[in-house]
Design a binder for this molecule. Structure first.
Ligand code: FAD
Length: 299
């Protein structure tokens, strides 16, 4: 290869892709839908010497299937395919809600779930949902496969635990139960085609007989170097019965405390921190009704 030259390979099989990745080492980078890659290539922030174009692997790596009580999504599954999937609509509505907010139709047609994980932006919209679903990322290499929890896989903004020679091949998570409530709240600078300034993924599963909740998940996006869960808010919501303003305001304060935001062109750190709490409040109100607000009577 000449100095500065960029090579692009389009392997026809997963094995060939893994071999190329292994041979390329640190210089090789997978290319899926290209919606992040093209932007970063143009602005010069990504300069790989070797692109492994995955498009021809779509027949093998674009799928959504049930496996027992779990859903498995192939890494090359586009956002449009996720939104069109009856499995995702019924078994992972939280992921559907998050993916619906991504870009516009062109980005949703080309952009892939594996690419959103690979980019590892704290503002990536599928990520808070995947954290709240306790998703596991499946990595393949010539050495075999390994599964890594999403929270261990993403190690920082744009950083992951992927090793040279590895490819994200799938994501797997347990199905959401039918009685579960969930919300994805996103704040951008516009209502469409906007990167999140802050976001919250929320899951609540009520316990039979109104005795609190058997499951509570709160994951914040775009307000820390990675998506963060808020265990204090989750613990409070688990025990809340009935849900009262004290619990809600505690959870909102916990969300603000968990945020470690930065100031950038989109928003100040202070605004992001405030919005992390406000979006959680908006999600809780959406799921539980305005009765969770102080002084609001619903009957
Ligand atoms: C106009 C526009 C609007 C956008 N709006 C949003 C938005 O609202 N929300 C949002 O979250 N994102 C948004 N994005 C970002 C982008 O669309 C997503 O991050 C998308 O998921 C990237 O997927 P891709 O398949 O295009 O990845 P690519 O651009 O092909 O790759 C992205 C990164 O992931 C790596 N990668 C891809 N696939 C794999 C794999 N299988 N294994 C290992 N590494 C892999 C690549 O090497 C690269 O580092 C937007 C982008 C554009 C251009």
């Amino acid at each position: 290869m000449q100095d500065g030259a960029v090579s692009v390979y389009s392997p026809a099989t997963l094995r060939e892709a893994l071999r190329l990745l292994a041979e390329g080492g640190e210089a090789a980078r997978p290319l899926a839908g290209g919606t992040d890659a093209m932007v970063r290539l143009k602005d010069g922030s990504w300069q790989p010497r070797l692109w492994i174009n995955l498009l021809r692997l779509r027949p093998d790596l674009s799928y959504i299937r049930m496996s027992g009580d779990s859903v498995e999504v192939g890494a090359l599954t586009s956002f449009a395919s996720l939104l069109a999937s009856p499995i995702i609509q019924s078994c992972a509505p939280l992921l559907a809600k998050a993916v619906r907010t991504i870009g516009g139709p062109a980005v949703r047609n080309m952009g892939t779930l594996g690419g959103n994980i690979g980019t590892a932006s704290p503002a990536g919209d599928s990520l808070p949902a995947l954290y709240a679903l306790d998703a596991r990322v499946r990595l393949a290499s010539l050495r075999g496969e390994r599964d890594v929890p999403i929270a261990a896989f993403i190690t920082g903004p744009g950083r992951t635990a992927i090793q040279p020679g590895e490819l994200i091949c799938a994501v797997q998570f347990a199905t959401q139960s039918r009685d579960e409530l969930c919300a994805y709240e996103k704040l951008g600078l516009r209502s469409a085609h906007a990167i999140a300034v802050a976001s919250v993924a929320l899951r609540l599963a009520p316990t039979f007989g109104d005795r609190g909740h058997r499951l509570a998940r709160v994951a914040l996006g775009a307000v820390a170097p990675t998506v963060v869960r808020v265990p204090e808010a989750e613990a409070a919501l688990l025990q809340a019965c009935p849900m009262c303003w004290d619990v809600v305001s505690y959870a909102v304060a916990a969300a603000r405390a968990a945020a470690e935001p930065i100031t950038d062109v989109r928003a100040s750190a202070e605004y992001r921190r405030a919005m992390a709490g406000n979006l959680l409040l908006r999600g809780l109100t959406r799921l539980l009704g305005p009765g969770v607000m102080p002084g609001v009577r619903t009957s």
